[in-house]
Design a protein around this ligand. Structure first.
Ligand code: ADE
Length: 246
C-alpha cells in the first residue's frame, strides 16, 4: 500500500515512521510512505501556505491551491482512493475505518494547521477524520495514528506471533487479561486455568474475560454484536461474576 502524507512539518513524521514495525514494513516494501511538503506546492511569491481569513477574525487559514496541486500531481483527484483530512471536526477514527482504508492500494492524508483550512479543500476530501474529542496543534500526530493502525492490518506487517486477529475491537470486544511469569508476584497469582493446559477451557475463560472487561469499560460495544448460544451463556456468566465482584 502507498500512503501519501501532505504536511508543512515533514520532520515531525520522519522519525516515528522510521522506527519499529512500520519502519521494518517500509524496508520490506509492504508499505510505501511518502512525505510531501505542502510548501513545495505553494507557487506564490512568498511560498506561503496560509492567509488571512475573509471576513476578518483571528488566526490564519490554509490556502486551497497547494492542496489541490499536490493531489493533482499525485493523481488522486480523479481516482477512487481515499483522501483523508485530519481535523477535530471529523468522524472519530476506529478499527472499522482502519480496516476499510487498509483495503486500498493508495491513500492520501492531509494534515491541517492554524485556525483551519479553506472550505473548498473539503470538496476534494473523501473522509474527514478526528482521533478524538480534543484539539491538537495539527494533523501530524493524528496522521501517525491512522498510518499505524492501517499499516499493521496489511498482510506481512505483523509476524504470526503478533497477529492482529485477537486485538481489541477486531471481534468487537476488548481484550482479555494477559499474564506471563512469575506465577505469583507480590501476592498476585496467575489464574489457575491458564496453567491447566486445557486449551478449550482457556479459550472459554478468555472469551468470558473479554465480555467482563467490555461490560465494565465499554458496554455500548456489546449492543453491536450478534452472539451465538455459547457466547450468550458466557456473557450471562460474565455478568454474574461481575455482580459478585469476581
Ligand atoms: N487536528 C487537531 N486536533 C485533531 C484531532 N483530534 N483529530 C484529528 N486532527 C486534529
Amino acid at each position: 500500500m502507498q500512503i501519501d502524507i501532505v504536511t508543512i512539518f515533514p520532520e515531525m513524521l520522519e522519525g516515528p515512521l522510521k522506527g519499529s514495525i512500520i519502519g521494518r514494513a517500509r524496508e520490506k516494501g509492504i508499505i510505501k510512505i511518502n512525505l510531501h511538503n505542502l510548501r513545495d506546492y505553494a507557487y506564490n511569491k512568498h511560498r506561503s501556505v496560509d492567509d488571512y481569513p475573509y471576513g476578518g477574525g483571528p488566526g490564519m487559514v490554509m490556502k486551497p491551491e497547494p492542496f489541490f496541486c499536490v493531489l493533482e500531481k499525485l493523481d488522486y483527484l480523479h481516482s477512487n482512493n481515499p483522501i483523508l483530512l485530519m481535523t477535530p471536526q471529523g468522524e472519530v477514527f476506529n478499527q472499522k475505518l482502519a480496516q476499510e482504508f487498509a483495503t486500498f492500494e493508495k491513500m492520501a492524508i492531509l494534515c491541517g494547521h492554524y485556525e483551519g483550512i479553506d472550505e473548498r479543500v473539503r470538496k476534494i476530501v473523501t473522509h474527514e477524520i478526528s482521533i478524538g474529542d480534543y484539539v491538537l496543534t495539527g494533523g501530524e500526530i493524528p496522521a501517525l495514528a491512522v498510518v499505524d493502525a492501517v499499516s499493521r492490518l496489511l498482510p506481512g506487517v505483523l509476524g504470526d506471533d503478533q497477529s492482529a486477529r485477537e486485538d481489541s475491537f477486531q471481534d468487537g470486544l476488548l481484550e482479555h487479561p494477559h499474564f506471563t511469569r512469575p506465577r505469583e508476584y507480590k501476592g498476585m497469582k496467575v489464574p489457575d486455568i491458564l496453567l491447566s493446559g486445557n486449551h478449550a477451557e482457556i479459550a472459554r475463560w478468555r472469551k468470558k474475560e473479554k465480555f467482563k472487561r467490555t461490560l465494565e469499560r465499554r458496554p455500548e460495544l456489546l449492543k453491536k454484536l450478534s452472539l451465538n448460544e455459547e457466547d450468550k451463556q458466557l456473557l450471562l456468566q460474565a455478568e454474574k461474576e461481575l455482580k459478585k465482584g469476581d
